[in-house]
Design a binder for this molecule. Structure first.
Ligand SMILES: Nc1ncnc2c1ncn2[C@@H]1O[C@H](COP(=O)(O)OP(=O)(O)OP(=O)(O)O)[C@@H](O)[C@H]1O
Length: 440
């Protein structure tokens, strides 16, 4: 690793930690050395060094890993002596050399309503042979199983045909490899390597937004593969047309295959995933017991990402390792406090109005105005309906937020939209889409 690579890694970290955190904590860090998987960074003060190690080690290691560099510990030094040192990374990184996690297979993927289409499409690609859609584009919010499905495809293809050349990498890794090839003047072998694969899977493609030459290279690689009948699978946190700063020609090519949305997990899927993890834990430790109602309680409460559901079960398992007693529902707030609170984030009426305005190209003032033309009144009714459905606010409270309207106006709006959902498929689709966007 060099100082230059560290600078690239830093730009990736900025995306995760936000501009303020970046400027305060990460930007001042200088690369010192990488020995024996220990990344040593120089920090301007002891305090910054300690803070970084405590709060940012995992993120730093994740991005270093994405750059293809193996490191398992961060040390910060101010002056000559180390001020803080992270514990070695946990064995979460039990990935194979090619970046595939052995846990991410189809067998361990729980299928529900919200991911069944994505799962079916991924399965189809995993079967190999000609596929009628290319590329397969999977998108959805944080921690909903995109990476899991992509890697499951890779594992299945390899299992069926060990000779099949499958390459899985993140868009961030694609960029690092490309930059390295430019630096080492080896772009020809870079191109050859990428064009020789049978199936290319690129995760988190939104990362290349705004990165002109990486986009250009990605576009050429993509075209060369698709034109030669090789399968491409891509994932992103949003749909192709919602990724800004990506050239139009790329967006339209991304659209040319099958675009599938992974929706937030519903109650049944959350329950299924928790039960699956519980069984896995019990295979390891048959005495690990959760009292009746615990899993149902968690499935009802944790509605953020599936990653959080997993952390919950891991936390309970560790807790059980200490107390060795059945865990009951009453104990959950103490054991899981922060994780439960994180799921309590409530949607505000302002957020709902804003999403509805974006969707129908209206101004926020249209939500509170008294205009009755249908192009404004209908979206306003939709926003009222969503406010009733997705927040605990009462009819009068909602009325007040919409420019002091009477509660009967809100009641009428909710009934009207409910009625139209039954008779107007376009409106029903709008309502469903908005709800999904608001809940994700
Ligand atoms: N349907 C599922 N069944 C079992 N596990 C799942 C399922 N969906 C997600 N997971 C698990 O949740 C975790 C997060 O999933 P994953 O990393 O695939 O999310 P992602 O959509 O790629 O999110 P991000 O964009 O944040 O990386 C993983 O450990 C994965 O195994």
């Amino acid at each position: 690793m060099t100082g230059e690579t560290w600078d690239l890694v830093k730009s990736g970290i900025e995306r995760d930690v936000g501009a303020n955190n970046f400027a305060t904590w990460i930007k001042p860090l200088q690369f010192r050395s990488l020995d024996d998987r220990t990344l040593s960074l120089a920090s301007p003060t002891d305090f910054i060094g300690r803070w970084v190690v405590q709060n940012f080690s995992d993120i730093i290691l994740r991005h270093v890993d994405a750059a293809g560099i193996r490191a398992s510990r961060v040390i910060c030094t101010a002056g000559a002596a180390p001020v803080a040192e992270s514990a070695p990374a946990s064995p979460v990184r039990s990935r194979t050399e090619d970046g595939l996690d052995p846990r991410f297979t189809f067998d361990s993927f729980v299928v529900g309503k919200s991911n069944e289409l994505a799962h079916a499409a991924a399965r189809r690609v995993g079967e190999g042979g000609p596929v009628s859609f290319n590329p397969l584009f999977l998108h959805g919010g944080v921690g909903l199983g995109k990476t899991h499905l992509m890697q499951a495809i890779a594992w299945q293809l390899r299992e069926r045909d060990p000779g099949c050349r499958v390459l899985f990498l993140s868009a961030e890794q694609f960029m690092y490899r490309f930059v390295q090839a430019l630096r080492e003047q080896s772009t020809m072998s870079f191109k050859e390597m990428f064009r020789s694969v049978d199936v290319l899977l690129v995760d988190d493609v939104q990362f290349i937004a705004g990165k002109e030459s990486t986009q250009e290279e990605f576009f050429h690689t993509f075209n060369a593969l698709v034109d030669n009948g090789k399968q491409v699978v891509i994932s992103a946190d949003r749909s192709p047309s919602d990724i800004s700063d990506v050239q139009e020609r790329i967006t339209s090519r991304l659209h040319s295959g099958l675009v599938v949305d992974l929706h937030p997990a519903d109650y049944e899927l959350r329950l299924g995933i928790l039960m699956h993890r519980y069984e896995q834990c019990r295979e390891e430790a048959p005495d690990f017991i959760l009292a009746d109602g615990v899993i149902e309680f968690l499935a009802g409460r944790i509605n953020t990402s599936i990653r959080v559901l997993e952390s919950v079960m891991t936390r309970l398992f560790h807790y059980w390792g200490l107390v060795r007693r059945e865990i009951r529902v009453e104990q959950l707030p103490d054991v899981l406090g922060d994780l439960l609170r994180a799921s309590e984030r409530k949607l505000t009426i302002d957020e709902i109005m804003k999403k509805v305005c974006d969707h129908y190209s209206l101004r926020m003032s249209d939500m509170t105005s008294a205009r009755r033309s249908r192009s404004v009144a209908r979206p306003r009714q939709m926003a009222m309906y969503l406010a009733k459905k997705l927040t605990p606010r009462s009819y009068p409270e909602i009325g007040r937020k919409f420019g002091g309207k009477d509660h009967t106006t809100v009641l009428y709006a909710v009934r009207k939209i409910e009625e139209l959902i039954q008779s107007d498929p376009q409106l029903a689709e709008d309502a469903q889409l908005l709800q999904r966007r608001l809940e994700s």
